[in-house]
Design a protein around this ligand. Structure first.
Ligand code: NDP
Length: 295
């Protein structure tokens, strides 16, 4: 008796990537400039390596140049800063991304602060986040995952203005900027986090739920107001003896239950995940266009 409409992030992301490819070609043909993204990966975390590989592949497919630097786990912060400084001054680079998390001996704040805000395609520089939080200010870039969540709502014509939205999670990379973006779109926003008492009481009031927690199937049917729209950012591996890998990925939201009450929902995988990379490509294109004053 599933009734929720499935918000197909994979299909939307594909469409956006086609739009980006066309713009990249037009830019090359018109002014001879190819957008370029530099990615810095420190250490050998498997998940980070996979993310970086996927980002590179996506760049290749849309005609964006990508440049990758792999530094060993025991590199110094200064070495990372030197690469950032080189990319800040390199006219062929329009976007700089440092894959997080960094090894624990490095100061994430120092590293992110060093990226030129004109090339901060992840949108994590405090100046970009600060502008996102202030009315009447415009960030140069909006963080990719929350931007992808809002883009999905837009492309499915889901109204945000005047709605009650609840964001579950308050991380710097997803929850917090997602809440700021919803507020900029004139939603009334509440944030639920690990210290929130009776979270379901709050989520049950939401017309729109964005969940970014990292706890499999945490959001149950009773947490959801009938007709709510659910954007599930969580990507959680759970044991699955039927899968050749021995595990499968699920969201923060109990999908089968949510489908009974929600009016629309993103699946995991195939929801927000593909949108994140599409937004990174979009931010890189936006940056190249801005730097070269190309409309
Ligand atoms: P973090 O671990 O940085 O943040 C998790 C947030 O969830 C924290 O704010 C934490 O609260 C909150 N939280 C933890 N437990 C509970 C609970 N029981 N009830 C309510 N809130 C809780 O994670 P990220 O934001 O980086 O990622 C969240 C999820 O999204 C992960 O599954 C991750 O894999 C996925 N993700 C997916 C992306 C995509 O492209 N689709 C991109 C990035 C992440 P507190 O602040 O109090 O600790």
């Amino acid at each position: 008796d599933a009734s929720a409409k499935v918000i197909d992030g994979k299909a939307v992301a594909k469409q956006i990537r086609e739009e980006i490819s066309a713009e990249v070609s037009r830019m090359k043909e018109t002014i001879g400039v190819t957008p370029g993204l530099a990615v810095i990966l420190v250490g050998d975390r498997k998940d980070s390596a996979t993310y970086v590989r996927n980002k590179k592949k996506a760049c290749d497919n849309s005609g964006i140049n990508s440049l990758e630097v792999n530094l060993p786990e025991d590199s110094t912060e200064q070495e990372v800063l030197n690469f950032i400084s080189g990319f800040n001054n390199d006219p062929s680079v329009h976007g700089i991304l440092v894959q997080l998390p960094l090894p624990s001996h490095m100061n994430e704040q120092n590293v992110l602060n060093a990226i030129s805000i004109e090339k901060d395609v992840d949108g994590f520089h405090p100046l970009n986040i600060g502008r996102l939080a202030m009315s009447g200010r415009e960030p140069l870039f909006v963080p990719c995952t929350p931007k992808g969540c809002i883009e999905l709502l837009h492309r499915y014509d889901i109204p945000i203005k005047g709605k009650r939205a609840v964001v579950i999670g308050r991380s710097n990379i997803v929850g917090m900027p997602a809440a700021l973006l919803l507020q900029r779109e004139d939603a009334t926003v509440s944030i639920v986090h690990s210290r929130t008492k009776n979270p379901e009481e709050i989520t049950r009031q939401a017309d729109i739920i964005i969940s970014a927690v990292g706890k499999p199937n945490m959001v149950r049917e009773s947490w959801i107001k009938p007709g709510a729209v659910i954007i599930d950012v969580g990507i959680n591996p759970v044991d699955d003896p039927n899968s050749p890998r021995g595990y499968k990925l699920v969201g923060d939201v109990y999908y089968e239950e949510a489908c009974k009450v929600a009016s629309a929902i993103t699946p995991v995988p195939g929801g927000v995940g593909p949108m994140t990379i599409a937004m990174l490509l979009q931010n890189t294109l936006i940056s190249a266009k801005r730097i070269h004053n190309f409309q």
